[in-house]
Write a protein that binds this ligand. Sequence first.
Ligand code: ZN
Length: 547
Amino acid sequence: MYNITVMMNPVNRVPVITAANSIIYKEVLFMKKTIALLLSLTTAAGATVCGFSANAASEKDFTISPVLISNNLNQQDAPKYVFMFIGDGMSYPQFQAASDYLGAIADGDYEQALPSVSYADRNGAILNGPKELCFMNFETAGSAVTYDACSFAPDSASTATSIATGEKTYSGMINVGITGKEEFETIAEKLHSQKDWKVGIISSVNLNHATPAAFYAHQASRNDYYEIGLELIESDFEYFAGGALLSADGEDGNLYDLAEDAGYKVTYTQEDAEKIDRFDEKVILIDEHLADSDAMEYELDRDEDNWALADYVAKGIEVLDNDKGFFMMCEGGKIDWACHANDAGSTVFDTLALADTVQVAVDFAEEHPDETLIIVTGDHETGGLTIGFAGTDYDTYLDCLTNQKISYAQFDEQYVASYKENQTSFEDAMADVEELFGLKLEGDADDRLVLTDYEVQRLKDAYELAISDDEIEYTQEQYVLYGTYNPFSVTITHILNNKAGIDFTSYSHTGLPVAVFADGVGCEVFNGYYDNTDIFNKLATMLDLKY
Ligand SMILES: [Zn+2]
């Protein structure tokens, strides 16, 4: 028996998307009492302290069972091609919501079967259920616990460090110990140096953002983008593709110029990327259609002709395929960004884009069935997303999300900015909202997308704030309502999410475990419930790496 004292930290660090769309960290102060209240109201499955106030918990004794780690790993059947897909911020709610959404829109009498419909009116209608994303029927499925050296709700830098190196560190740190001194070698670096494998790193966000960086960089701060970029070049890895480098200019010169000096071919257009082939030894492909923060576009905003994440994986296979083997890490980074912003529509579509990307690896594995391993996981959950909402009880109306045509980020940039500049009327703005999100001020009584008086008032309050030039300090209520996002955009997505019967509890990360799906050679070791550091341990053992 152990005595546990639960300390409530009154300081919450939340990521903030600034007007310039770069993510910074901001400290938000709450009163201890209020946090206990918020926690007790939280509906997400991850809220394990639900019902306990901080003081009540400190007086109780808990039994803790020791963690047994078994490593029954078989090195004979080691893969030669390893794909690791990381949905940033993707835990069970993200892929299950996407899967349920696909099921809902394919089910003609879905809303007739809902619990609120009377037995007579239901007339025998049956819910057909979700449609599985390609990785959801992989041979094995496990769960990984994500806490880091300072938080149960960790960040991308520390969690990706755990996956890439098997070590725990503080939030914000990449492949260094908590003092910032000791450096950890990553699985990708080990495979590159010990087995002469080729390595590819792909991300829908910036290539020197935390998750991709965790496979090649070693920095005490994830925000040292220039230094991370220098390490990208030093890594000598063969293939990088996705969003542009942040902070490309620095003391030693421009990162792209330095990369070219180091022998990388760098492309910035789709036309040039298409010309890259297996004869190009080291390449960096920057997406042509960059959006917020120079990341790739949200899937919801992408034109059909523009390359998707899947296209970069296909090109990567072409560049990396060789007799010795390759390791490819591909991050769906904007699932996390969409969840921070509580934009369920964008979350669903970026999760579906990641599934399409995994399918490219599945197709490759079918041609190399005895040599390929595919792992699909997340680094942590973001947003406290859940399926179900207080206002819709047991009903969900996931098909409402089909009305959303663009991401919150594109709406901010292309619409809200001009509303503010032109002091557009609320009614005029709502005409765009109806076209882009389906939410309407007037319509049939049984149309779910017609706004209630309560919802209209919420939108009006948010709109006033969004087009105001006054700098105001948010009340606690306003922070809960809007986080650090544009008040109008975030209120639109909140209302649409809720009409669809889903909800978020946070603008930050949460402590839910993530899924680890695996298929192919050696996949069986990924069954079970284990720590995220064991993803590295299992892989390194299987691949017979020195560590
Ligand atoms: Zn993350």
